[in-house]
Design a protein around this ligand. Structure first.
Ligand code: M6R
Length: 608
């Protein structure tokens, strides 16, 4: 993953680069670095850990320079360390930052070593710097040397380059990783995300795969792989989002949990009227096109995949449409057989996840009826590349662990199920129930916050355990999976979700008095069966923490029963998500992990 930024200006750029990196820490935060260039002089700083460490060093050193490039890293090749941090240099004059993965790095490394290059780091990225240097030595300009270099790279990259022999210039290349050029006044920029240069760039050029750029403070040149000039549309992007702040909460995750009533309201607002979903909320022509949907293929990763799994039943019931769901990272490698009239649906908070993006690109060459994206970031690549889209309007989600992204995705998925059902003229009554439930969701979510005081009583009993089991049946198995993911990613305690009926086929062996078992027991057609499964846990000495309705007839000697608000059929899965988020959050707080930026993770996963 990683975030890259470059700036060339008539003023000093050090602070601009560090501020930009801070806004991109969601892309990785294990190390950071920059290179500043003024005339022939070069100043390089690299630090382990978060961007704040780099910032601290910068305030001590106070370097001045008019151009520079910078990077915040999420390690792929090579451990997080100062040596592996970017920028990487070659021969003291070429410096690069890279986001992506170079797949043929072994072979390139061997070649460069044979050419006499001394490789300092374990990264694939450093090789790019040496290759540019090698190609430049053959008499090429820096831009041509960069173009030549990319011909030898297999994989994904966005690259920014500084050559100390090319005063005030930044060079860039893009292939399958996001990169844009920002145009300012007497200064220009490149960045992985427009937010990194919000307030500085007045307009943007979104680079396409295979594009190269050479920028100075006064000029932006975009060329193709033969050096031919390309014209890319100059666009205005609204980067005026409110500066993210915790608003008095301890963590962004906590704030994002308690923002959910408003976030869900925003996801629904203006999309329904008089108990019916409005036409074309997925874009012009979508309602007409949805008439022909016979099947749906979902792709997503992580939490977003859990949203697809939860929503499947809605599509089957409201649209009478079979659904296929794939991990985005696996989808294209199984050579999927695409049947006629299949709608392809991507779900992604960021709209930049490399695996989901790769699946989308694959789907474009298949005979899908069309591509729909459900995402939270209007400026994202996925949103641009899809036929139809809906934004979840959750507002920026900063905590790495998704909370409001998930519940607003569920709201958007229910809207999609209703839209297809309406286009196909099916199940009007059920659709009215679904919309009614959707509109009631924010207040039920608010009510579910009351469970916190019960959760507080069980936190300490769970925080010292090594493993936890999460159980549910039907759609609540998908909610249990999301709960277990949340729990493990921020508490670092292993947690696994199972459909409760599956326990006896193996996982029951894990149950002992040291294994908390969290179960979801809504009052539905499977509750009796679930309760029998939970009796099996009790008989093995397991401790049960059950979220359900008081009418569920189970007596707990060890553990706790927590009574959920009375929900509707369609909104219950959304509401049952909330106590699982609170449980994960409170246990992580009690353990003291870095829960907005848990170890080894990043918010936006832009490598395969
Ligand atoms: O941005 P996306 O929704 O495409 O991200 C996919 C996953 O990386 C993401 O959902 C991840 O699993 C969650 N942040 C975990 O809480």
């Amino acid at each position: 993953m990683c975030g890259i930024i470059g700036a060339t200006s008539s003023r000093g750029v050090g602070k601009i680069l560090v501020n930009g990196l801070k806004k991109m820490e969601y892309r990785g935060y294990d190390s950071a670095g920059l290179v500043l260039n003024q005339d022939e002089a070069v100043f390089q700083l690299r630090t382990l850990g978060k961007v704040s460490n780099l910032e601290e060093l910068m305030t001590k050193e106070r370097p001045k320079a008019n151009s520079g490039i910078a990077h915040t890293r999420w390690a792929t090749h090579g451990v997080p360390s100062e040596t592996n941090a970017h920028p990487h240099g070659s021969n003291g004059n070429i410096y690069i930052v890279h986001n992506g993965i170079i797949e043929n790095h072994d072979e390139l490394r061997e070649r460069l070593v044979n050419e006499g290059y001394e490789i300092q780091s374990q990264t694939d990225s450093e090789l790019i710097a040496h290759l540019i240097h090698f190609n430049k030595e053959k008499g090429k300009t820096t831009l041509d040397a960069l173009i030549e270099t990319t011909k030898e790279l297999d994989g994904a990259y966005s690259i920014a380059v500084i050559d100390t022999e090319e005063k005030g210039k930044i060079f860039a290349a893009k292939q399958k990783s996001p990169l844009l050029v920002g145009k300012g006044i007497e200064e220009n920029f490149i960045a992985s995300d427009p937010l990194a240069i919000a307030g500085l760039a007045e307009s943007f050029y979104l680079l396409e795969d295979g594009d190269f750029a050479e920028i100075t403070k006064d000029e932006i040149k975009i060329v193709g792989s033969n050096g031919e000039a390309l014209s890319r549309e100059e666009t205005i992007i609204d980067t005026s989002v409110k500066e993210a702040s915790k608003d008095g909460y301890k963590h962004f995750m906590e704030k994002e949990i308690y923002e959910q009533p408003q976030a869900i309201t925003n996801a629904i607002e203006g999309r329904t009227a008089d108990g019916e979903v409005l036409d074309n909320i997925f874009g012009l022509g979508s309602s007409e096109a949805f008439k022909g949907v016979k099947r749906i293929q979902f792709v997503a990763c992580g939490t977003s995949l859990h949203a697809a799994k939860t929503a499947r039943k809605w599509f089957e019931e409201l649209c009478e449409t079979p659904c296929y769901i794939d991990f985005a990272s696996e989808y294209r490698y199984r050579n999927p057989l695409v049947e006629d009239d299949t709608l392809f649906v991507c779900i992604s908070q960021s709209g930049e996840t490399a695996d989901t993006m790769a699946a989308l690109n694959y789907a474009k060459d298949e005979k899908y009826l069309g591509i729909v994206t459900i995402c939270n970031v209007p400026t994202s690549t996925m949103a641009r590349e899809s036929d139809w889209k809906i934004f979840t309007n959750a507002g920026p989600e900063i905590g790495v662990a998704s909370t409001k992204a998930f519940t607003t995705q569920l709201a958007a998925l229910l809207l999609l199920a209703c839209s297809i059902s309406k286009s196909k003229n099916l199940n009007k009554d059920k659709r009215a129930d679904a919309i009614n439930d959707l509109l009631n969701t924010p207040s039920l979510v608010k009510e579910s916050f009351g469970l916190k005081r019960h959760i507080d009583e069980i936190v300490e009993k769970i925080a010292d355990k090594k493993n936890a089991l999460y159980l549910g049946r039907g759609v609540y198995f998908s909610i249990a999976q999301e709960g277990a993911l949340k729990f493990k990613e921020i508490t670092y305690i292993h947690a696994e979700a199972y459909p409760a009926g599956e326990l006896k086929h193996g996982p029951l062996a894990l149950v002992d008095e040291m294994t908390p078992v969290v179960a979801l027991a809504p009052e539905d057609e499977l509750v009796e069966k679930l309760l029998s499964n939970l009796e099996e846990v009790k008989s093995r000495g397991g401790t049960l923490y059950i979220f359900g309705n008081a009418t569920s007839k189970i007596k707990i000697e060890k553990g706790k029963f927590m009574n959920m608000p009375k929900c509707g059929y369609y909104n219950a899965p959304i509401v049952y998500t909330i106590p699982l988020q609170i449980l994960a959050y409170e246990v992580a707080c009690s353990i003291g992990t870095d829960l907005d930026q848990p170890r080894n993770l990043a918010k936006s996963v832009t490598v395969e």
